[in-house]
Each structure stands twice: as C-alpha cells, then as structure tokens.
Ligand binder design. Structure first.
Ligand SMILES: [Mg+2]
Ligand SMILES: [Zn+2]
Length: 196
C-alpha cells in the first residue's frame, strides 16, 4: 500500500436542505422530504464521473429543541431510501446537531464535518467541490480549499442577492452545478480550489 502516491478519488460535498431537498425551514418529519427536480439523475451523473458523494448538514433544530436525534435519523433514513430509489448511494452523511452558540467544531462554516469525512473516507478536501445554497456552505468550501458552488434553490437566491460570499460559480440548481463540474473537469479548469 502506498497511500501517498495513490490517486485520490475526488468528492463532491453536498448541503442537504435547499440543495438536495426542498427547504422546509427546520424540516422535522421524514414526510416533509421532497427531492428538488433532477437531483437524483444529477447525483447519478457525478457517480458515473467517479466522484464520491458526502452530505454535510447543520441541524441546529436539535439544539433548539425543535426535534430530536431520532427524528434526524429517520429523516436521513428516508433521504437515503429516496436517493437509493433513484439509483444513488452516498458515501457519507454527516450532521451537526449543535446551535450557533455551542462553540462546536462541526457547525458549518467550521470545517469539522469535512475533516471527519475526509479522515473516514480518505479524500483530499482541496480536490473537492462543495455545493450549497447558504453563505456557510460557500465559506466552508473556501475554508477547506474546495471549489464552492452556490445553487439558487432553497435560500440560494437570497444568498446571491446578499452578495456576502464568494462562490466559484452560481448555478440555478444542483443539475446545473453538476453540468458545471462536468465541464470543468472535462476542460481541465478548476482542478483545485485555488483562485484562478
Ligand atoms: Mg441549505
Ligand atoms: Zn456541531
């Protein structure tokens, strides 16, 4: 084994609410899960391109007492089943249950979930893409050296109009972001998160 010279499988890091599924503002019931149009086939396309897939989601509704850890588990069980029905398997799904004032290491934009996923799955965050609808997703992508892509679904249009973050590109939705990734790996641009 020579892990230092083995080619690193590239990963796409995905926000959950407003990126994969319709934003429900503290989604607290598996029945509220609705995949955004085209998400299944888009993730399948990333798989076909060889990317690993990891979901990273802030779920401060736990810390706020809106729902419990068992609810998060049931929501994720249904999400995995819905994606599975579309022929998509995730490599990992990580969530932060803490609140903004808890000072944890995992709440986005802090890098804890990415570091944990990278250690568990053996990938280089600097060779990754991060897709999300909120400023924290873009800030996290930048913080770990990934290429951050903002989608206009969920809170994305608001995020875009606020102009407070620095995505590498802004796309209408996840399928459009996957088109962008496919073009960028095909043409050799955007091979790392370094500014062009
Ligand atoms: Mg989101
Ligand atoms: Zn946390």
């Amino acid at each position: 084994m020579t892990p230092s010279t083995a080619p690193t499988r590239r990963f796409v890091l995905l926000d959950r609410d407003g990126t994969l599924n319709v934003e429900r503002d503290y989604l607290s019931d598996p029945a509220q899960l609705e995949l955004i149009a085209g998400v299944g086939p888009a993730l399948k396309r990333l798989r076909a391109l060889g990317f690993g897939l990891v979901v990273l989601t802030n779920q401060s509704g736990v810390a706020r007492g809106y729902f419990d850890l068992d609810t998060v588990a049931r929501v994720h069980e249904r999400l995995v089943a819905m994606l599975g029905a579309e022929g998509v398997a995730l490599d990992g799904l990580y969530f932060c249950p803490h609140g903004p004032g808890d000072g944890c290491a995992c709440r986005k934009p802090r890098p804890g979930m990415v570091e944990r996923a990278a250690a568990d799955l053996g990938f280089d965050p600097r060779q990754s893409f991060m897709i999300g609808d909120s400023p924290v997703d873009i800030a996290l992508g930048r913080a770990v050296g990934a290429i951050p892509l903002l989608v206009r679904t969920g809170w994305g249009r608001r995020t875009e109009s606020e102009g407070t973050c620095d995505p590498a590109a802004i796309l209408d939705d996840l399928p459009a972001a996957v088109d962008w990734i496919e073009r960028s790996v095909g043409t050799g641009i955007a091979q790392t998160g370094e500014p062009a």
